[in-house]
Design a protein around this ligand. Structure first.
Ligand SMILES: [Zn+2]
Length: 218
């Protein structure tokens, strides 16, 4: 059972159908792993529908029974639970289209691998990140907000320990160096509003390498 959940504001926006696709994908994947948030979103949907109902009732209406047969506010359905033993929950599995091992992973240094979901090429980066067991990521902070959902294994940083289903929220106020748990590769889904900013020495080297790759067209 996950112990780190998305912020209430994210769940509310998700329930209202106003969350962007990238974060909605992450929240929906968390919901597939988290009964508590599924219930919260269901009641959020109920509350949202009640609110919409109240707002749509004109004050001058004389009938005590307003017509409710018309427009219904459509909220995205809360996904159902993941069957036991299944590696990746929906809707993420549908976005990937092939098994995790068959994806065209890129090496990003220090044994870390990433797969960027091609549907999200603009301002928001959505990627799968694979961190070898026990490995530390470069120390970094963020320009915007980063949400990280653990799909397999675990990681920990200054903000806590994150297991399968847990969501970590980081932004410019947090400088961290996540470390994967021992024994199993850590697989995460990460959604970033803006590129992360590497702060350590290793970070500087990786940033330079990334710049060189851009410079030389790969
Ligand atoms: Zn949750």
């Amino acid at each position: 059972m996950p112990t780190h959940h998305p912020d209430d504001s994210l769940l509310l926006e998700y329930a209202a159908g106003s969350l962007g696709e990238a974060k909605a994908l992450l929240v929906a994947t968390h919901l597939a792993l988290c009964p508590a948030c599924r219930n919260a979103v269901r009641s959020g949907e109920a509350a949202g529908a009640a609110l919409a109902f109240a707002n749509e009732t004109p004050e001058t209406v004389s009938s005590p029974m307003p017509d409710v047969s018309g427009e219904v506010v459509e909220a995205p359905p809360a996904p159902s639970a993941v069957p036991a033993g299944l590696a990746l929950p929906q809707p993420l599995r549908g976005y990937l289209g092939s098994p995790v091992a068959a994806l065209p992973w890129s090496s990003v240094g220090l044994g870390l691998r990433e797969y960027r979901l091609p549907e999200f090429k603009s301002t928001t980066a959505v990627r799968l990140l694979a961190i070898p067991a026990g490995r530390r990521m470069p120390r970094h902070t963020h320009e915007g907000e980063e949400l990280t959902l653990v799909l397999q294994g675990s990681f920990s940083d200054v903000t806590g320990d994150y297991q399968r289903g847990d969501v970590a929220t980081a932004d410019g106020r947090i400088e961290h160096q996540p470390q994967a748990g021992a024994g199993e590769e850590c697989l995460c889904l990460a959604v970033e509003d803006a590129p992360l900013r590497l702060t350590g020495v290793t970070g500087a080297v990786l940033t330079a390498a990334a710049r060189a790759r851009t410079l030389f067209g790969r």
